[in-house]
Structure formats: structure tokens, C-alpha cells
Write a protein that binds this ligand. Structure first.
Ligand code: PAF
Length: 288
């Protein structure tokens, strides 16, 4: 059954295309914010950025099975369409697109986008299936919405670069806009998965931002990349229950950095586990 929502909704590609086509006939530009729902202020900031640059904004809500491996939190992932729609209406979005899994992946679906370059390492080491699932659904969403621009949060920095590379490589004709990371007062980056944290783990999670800020500062102060990285890794291993990675990479490609002091714009990135919750974050590090 379709819930009564406070903004227009499309559930099928045909409904979506009808609305977008009507906007196009009026000469309006279209911005797009893809999400998996469980919306928080970080997502709404992406909507605001899209509204600043486009006449109409579509937000998709689709918990994409293709980017979860067996045993990950696909079933547990919060599904909150009605409260998400209230937030989107408040933020000024024009259309929520909430397709079913069958609409996105009908019987016989057999195509996957294959990636290299910025998709290599980091998240892919722990979640080898992840970016193929993301890239496949995002390329489908781009073809369904056909937006002028799409906003992807810098919080998922590797995802942003993977999508930018894919969009360029496949000539998808969508401008990829980096979205600001919104943080809690203690520096923890907003994420739908923060909802899984117990009160104690929530307090511990704030150390992630501090460790990354110290790592970036060490590099910006002229510190050797390998030494600063080892110090950050040690701090993360002390603070958290597990560490997938704490690394500095080239900011524009995520390639490995040369040894020695930082000589180019970089990004420090980390993925850790606090209790059972996996958190990721990143920060820029720019040589002086
Ligand atoms: O960042 C996310 O929420 C997802 O990876 C995305 C881009 C909506 C694709 O499912």
C-alpha cells in the first residue's frame, strides 16, 4: 500500500519519468540526491545544496541489496519512509523516488558495473562487493532520473570519487557535486549507522574525528607520511574494537602517496568498529 506522504512520490520508473518530463517541458533543471533513507541532518544538507543549484530536486530512497554482502546489515537497515518524507518536505525537496527491489532489479537482471582506480583498496578491502553494487544502482538511478547534477556526501569520500570516475568514464552527463559532512558537537560525522551505537559506544565514537584531525595536522605540519600514519593507526587500535584501515591517500585519485612529507593535497581516511558498528570518516590534509 502507498502511504500518504507530504510531498509527491514516485514508486516506478514510469511515474518518475512522467514527473521529470513535465519539469523538463517547463525548462527546469533537475538535481538529484540518492539515499538509502533513515535520513538525518547530513542528508538534508545535501538536499539544500541540490536546491541551491537546481530548480527541482529528486531524492531517492532505496536500500540497495546489491551493496550488502550476506551477513551485513541489509535486513536491519532502518526503513523509515514516512518520517523520511516529512523531513524531505521540510527541506523543500520536490519528489521522493522510492522504487521497490523488483522495480530496480527485475527477474533476469544480470548486469554489474565493474570498477578499478579509486575503487581499489580502503572500503573494497573489507567490503569487496560494495562499490560494484553502489555503481550499478547509481548508474541505473542516473538513467532513470536523468538529472543535471547529483550531490554525494564527502563523508563517503571513496564513494564520491568512484561515482565521479564512473560518471566521466561512462559519459553519463551528470555533474557530481561534493556534499559537506555534517558533524555532531563532539565531531562525530552524522551517519544512519550511528543509530546502532549504545550510549557508551556513541561517546567512544567521537575519537575517530580526533584521530583523523591529528593525522591531518601531523601531515600539514610537515610530518613524514608513514610515521604519521603509524601514529594514527596506533591511536585507532587503542580507541576502537577493530580497525579496517587508517590511511592517507592522494585527494583526487586515492592513489598511494609518495614517501616523505606531504607534497600534494591528500585525504586521511579511516574505517573502524565500535562495538558491532562499523564507522567511516575522512578529512582533507593540504600541504602548507
Ligand atoms: O551513500 C549511500 O547512501 C548509497 O551508497 C547510495 C549512493 C544511495 C547508493 O545506494
Amino acid at each position: 500500500m502507498r502511504p500518504d506522504l507530504p510531498l509527491p512520490a514516485a514508486y516506478t520508473v514510469a511515474e518518475l519519468r512522467e514527473t521529470v518530463a513535465a519539469w523538463r517541458r517547463e525548462g527546469l533543471t533537475v538535481g538529484f540526491v540518492p539515499t538509502m533513507g533513515a535520513l538525518h541532518a547530513g542528508h538534508l544538507a545535501l538536499v539544500t545544496q541540490a536546491l541551491e543549484r537546481a530548480d527541482r530536486v529528486v531524492v531517492s530512497i532505496f536500500v540497495n541489496p546489491a551493496q550488502f554482502a550476506p551477513g551485513e546489515d541489509f535486513d536491519a537497515y532502518p526503513r523509515t519512509l514516512e518520517s523520511d518524507a516529512d523531513k524531505l518536505a521540510g527541506a523543500g525537496a520536490h519528489l521522493v523516488y522510492a522504487p521497490s527491489a523488483f522495480e530496480m532489479y527485475p527477474q533476469g537482471f544480470s548486469t554489474t558495473v565493474s570498477l578499478s582506480g579509486p575503487a581499489e583498496g580502503l572500503e573494497s578491502a573489507a567490503r569487496p562487493h560494495f562499490f560494484a553494487g553502489v555503481a550499478t544502482v547509481v548508474s541505473k538511478l542516473f538513467n532513470q532520473v536523468r538529472p543535471d547534477l547529483a550531490v554525494f556526501g564527502e563523508k563517503d569520500y571513496q564513494q564520491l570519487l568512484v561515482i565521479r570516475r564512473m560518471t566521466e568514464d561512462l559519459d553519463l552527463g551528470v555533474e557530481i557535486v561534493p556534499g559537506v559532512t555534517v558533524r555532531e558537537a563532539d565531531g562525530l560525522a552524522l551517519s544512519s549507522r550511528n543509530a546502532y551505537l549504545s550510549d557508551t559506544d556513541r561517546k567512544r565514537a567521537a575519537a575517530l574525528n580526533v584521530i583523523l584531525a591529528d593525522f591531518a595536522q601531523a601531515l600539514e605540519g610537515g610530518g613524514d607520511v608513514a610515521t604519521a600514519q603509524t601514529a594514527a593507526l596506533t591511536a585507532a587500535a587503542d580507541a576502537f574494537d577493530a580497525v579496517d584501515y587508517v590511511e592517507a591517500r592522494c585527494a583526487d585519485t586515492l592513489a598511494q602517496l609518495p614517501e616523505g612529507p606531504l607534497d600534494r593535497p591528500a585525504r586521511v581516511l579511516a574505517a573502524v568498529k565500535v562495538g558491532g558498528t562499523r564507522l567511516i570518516d575522512n578529512r582533507p590534509a593540504t600541504p602548507r
